[in-house]
Design a binder for this molecule. Structure first.
Ligand SMILES: Cc1cc2nc3c(=O)[nH]c(=O)nc-3n(C[C@H](O)[C@H](O)[C@H](O)COP(=O)(O)O)c2cc1C
Length: 346
């Protein structure tokens, strides 16, 4: 059954992928000084070029979007040049790569940029910065409407920079409790202006970012990752359902490259979504859908055969197996993933 996943897949008129596997975005915290991608990163991505589509680790659109050490950026000329080496390595191997565009919102810390922490509302996430346990998350300052407009411009500029750096497109990181997702959930969005207070207003920032980026680089090269079920970095709320019902209906009219479920386990269910996030997104959106979360080649092939999604993203197994596609093709055993593999880029 997995053979069907190894056939080419026509994403849209612009992009055809060599197979239906996607490398899930995986933050590795190994950018060099100036948050510039390194030669080691180029080699790491290049080794995985036989995956149908690589989504890069999350890339910050501007300095105050950073929430973890040594995460790469896409706002300086040096960063763009560094990414060019990555995209060249992937293209040399016949692959395609999208940049995942990221701003962490309230999950940032002045430690990284000596600036204010900005978010939809002045509501802190309780906890400490991973890998930096001595840093506690702060109460963010609520963004002004003018600052929100600037953020939209900065997302669009980062998308244009991604194309300059040779990426085939961008995946907007609207998932996992980061800035865009913070606008989409009641836990973190308590605004009562044009960006909060109703489903339409809560969805507006996400749609403004999507529209600004598609105007700049085209809908065919623009994708979006969403977590309708709040499961990390914020609490889900039954009222969030209406926000995502509205957002997905709007996205359905926009001909994006794909939507991607933001989740760690596809089997997780949410009462207010009547089940799995992937099934909910499939039911509310007709375009390409990327499923993810604890998938293996067999479960991915079953899900695609059952029309639950079109493409299957693989995360941790691709950290452990740079030759994942060859192993699936040959029916070879996989190396088991372990967190102890994270400090090294193999
Ligand atoms: C080390 C690590 C880093 C991750 N970094 C990102 C990221 O930068 N952006 C993102 O959207 N998801 C990120 N994720 C989530 C993955 O994209 C994926 O959804 C998750 O690992 C589930 O897939 P898997 O079971 O195949 O690993 C990360 C996951 C891990 C384990």
């Amino acid at each position: 059954m997995t053979a069907s996943l190894l056939q080419p897949y026509r994403l849209n008129d612009t992009l055809t992928l060599s197979n239906r596997f996607v490398m899930a975005p995986l933050t590795r915290c190994m950018a060099g000084p100036g948050l510039v991608p390194t030669d080691l990163m180029a080699a790491y991505y290049g080794r995985r070029a036989d995956v149908g589509l690589i989504v890069s680790e999350a890339v910050i659109i501007r300095p105050d979007g950073q929430g973890y050490p040594n995460t790469p950026g896409l706002y300086s000329p040096e960063q763009i040049a560094g990414w060019r080496k990555v995209t060249d390595a992937v293209h040399a191997g016949g692959g395609k790569i999208f940049a995942q565009l990221w701003h962490v919102g309230r999950l940032s810390h002045p430690f990284f940029h000596h600036a204010e922490v900005l978010a939809p509302s002045a509501v802190a996430f309780e906890g400490t910065v991973p890998r930096m346990r001595e840093l506690t998350y702060q109460v963010p300052r609520a963004l002004t409407v003018a600052e929100i407009a600037q953020l939209v411009l900065d997302y669009a500029q980062a998308a244009a920079n991604a194309i300059d750096a040779g990426f085939d497109g961008v995946e907007i990181h609207g998932a996992n409790g980061y800035l865009i997702d913070q606008f989409l959930h009641h836990d973190s969005n308590q605004r009562d202006d044009e960006f909060g207070g109703s489903p339409e207003k809560m969805a507006r920032f996400a749609l403004d970012v999507v529209d600004a980026i598609t105007a700049r680089i085209g809908a065919d090269r623009t994708a979006l990752r969403l977590s309708p079920g709040g499961y990390v970095h914020l609490k889900g709320d039954a009222r969030d359902r209406a926000v995502f019902d509205y957002l997905l209906a709007q996205l359905d009219t926009r001909a994006l490259a794909y939507l991607h479920v933001g989740i760690f386990d596809d089997n997780m269910t949410f009462d207010y979504l009547d089940g799995r996030a992937s099934d909910y997104m499939r039911a509310h959106y007709r375009g390409n859908l990327v499923g993810v979360g604890q998938l293996n080649a067999d479960s991915a092939a079953e899900a695609v055969a059952a029309n639950r999604f079109d493409l299957a993203a693989i995360g941790r197994p691709l950290i452990a197996n740079p030759d994942y596609i060859a192993r699936v093709r040959d029916g070879a055993e996989l190396v088991a993933y372990s967190e102890s593999m994270l400090p090294e880029l193999v």
